[in-house]
Design a protein around this ligand. Structure first.
Ligand code: SF4
Length: 329
């Protein structure tokens, strides 16, 4: 047994115990493990909580695109950057439901609705509530990402049947100011608190490859793993570089470093579903397979992720077939 492996065992707990007191040095030590040891530990813990063949499949629809007043450095929907993404109005209910039906027919179990708002107005929330209720009737789980929420808005969405709310911390607290200046890390944590208090499952992760240092990936995972309750869903995104956004010209990360990030998320948040999220379009099938081995067990399905490309559903189905993996019920 190598020293690195022993370090991993000490950091994670022999039986994949769920902990909320992760220290940065422990997370840093996991990133530093020899690759085989980290992958073994991630697989071991993954199998304690999940069937390793199963992948949860979500579909993401942009219900209100562009014109966002926030300045997220990676986002083509911000009004601050020239990216060719125009502003559109909130979609009609009937159109959203038609897309949800198609997603279900393609094998999705969860339908995520994203709107490019800083924070929705109460009347916007009412429109989204009608969409949530309609999607639920189709037998799909519902997820929304609408920006910052107040506590009453979160409760209203819960009453309408919302299962998950996505709100990412994006990166480490230290690097956050290089990514967004129009709202604070604290704002994000407050919205996550309102969502959690309302009884909605939390979907919260981040983006890597935005020029952050390795220590920022440590800080991001340590922050997520130290939340009072781990997010039920943890999307780990590889930056999709969109020309015109500031993050597009920043230094990316190697695929193996991305795999390590997935594995450390799996080890530190053993019972959370870890989503191999944006960036799959540019990822080799071999890298995606390594991500599944590292403990990723969710993907977005469908040709588009809000405004950026995603692999065609057929390509995903073939990959899952070749890996002997199946959609999670
Ligand atoms: S990531 Fe969301 S909040 Fe940030 S600019 Fe894009 S749409 Fe707005």
């Amino acid at each position: 047994m190598s020293i690195g492996f022993e370090t991993g065992m000490a950091g994670t707990g022999r039986f994949g115990t769920i902990r909320h007191d992760w220290k940065r040095e422990e997370v840093r030590a996991l990133f530093a493990l020899p690759f085989p040891d980290l992958m073994f530990e991630a697989q071991r813990i993954h199998r304690l909580h999940f069937d390793p063949r199963e992948v949860q499949i979500s579909t993401l629809l942009s219900i209100k695109t562009g014109g966002c007043p926030e300045d997220c450095a990676y986002c083509p929907q911000s009004v601050h950057y020239e990216t060719g993404v125009g502003a559109a109005k909130l979609m009609d209910l009937a159109d959203v439901l038609a897309q949800a039906r198609a997603a279900k027919a393609s094998g999705a179990s969860r339908f995520c609705m994203g709107a490019a708002w800083r924070s929705p107005k109460d009347r916007d929330v009412e429109h989204v509530c009608a969409m949530v209720a309609g999607v639920k009737v189709l037998g799909l789980e519902t997820c929304a990402t609408l920006g910052m929420l107040t506590a009453p808005q979160a409760r209203r969405l819960k009453d309408a049947g919302l299962d998950y709310y996505n709100h990412n911390i994006d990166t480490s607290p230290e690097y956050y100011g290089e990514i967004i200046t129009t709202r604070t890390y604290r704002d994000r944590l407050d919205t996550l608190g309102h969502v959690r208090d309302a009884g909605i499952h939390v979907c919260c992760g981040g983006i890597v490859g935005m020029g952050e240092a390795p220590e920022d990936r440590v800080g991001m995972i340590a922050t997520l793993a130290s939340l009072p309750v781990h997010p039920e869903s943890v999307p780990i995104n590889m930056l999709v570089r969109v020309e015109g956004t500031p993050a597009a010209s920043r230094e990316g990360i190697e695929p193996l470093e991305f795999v390590r990030t997935i594995a450390v998320a799996r080890v530190t948040m053993p019972a959370s579903v870890v989503r191999l999220s944006a960036g799959r379009e540019d990822m080799s099938e071999e890298t995606q397979a390594l991500c599944f081995l590292a403990g990723a067990n969710s993907i977005f399905y469908g040709p588009k992720l809000l405004t950026t490309p995603n692999p065609e559903p057929d390509r995903d189905r073939r990959l899952l077939d070749r890996l002997g993996m199946v959609p999670m019920e």
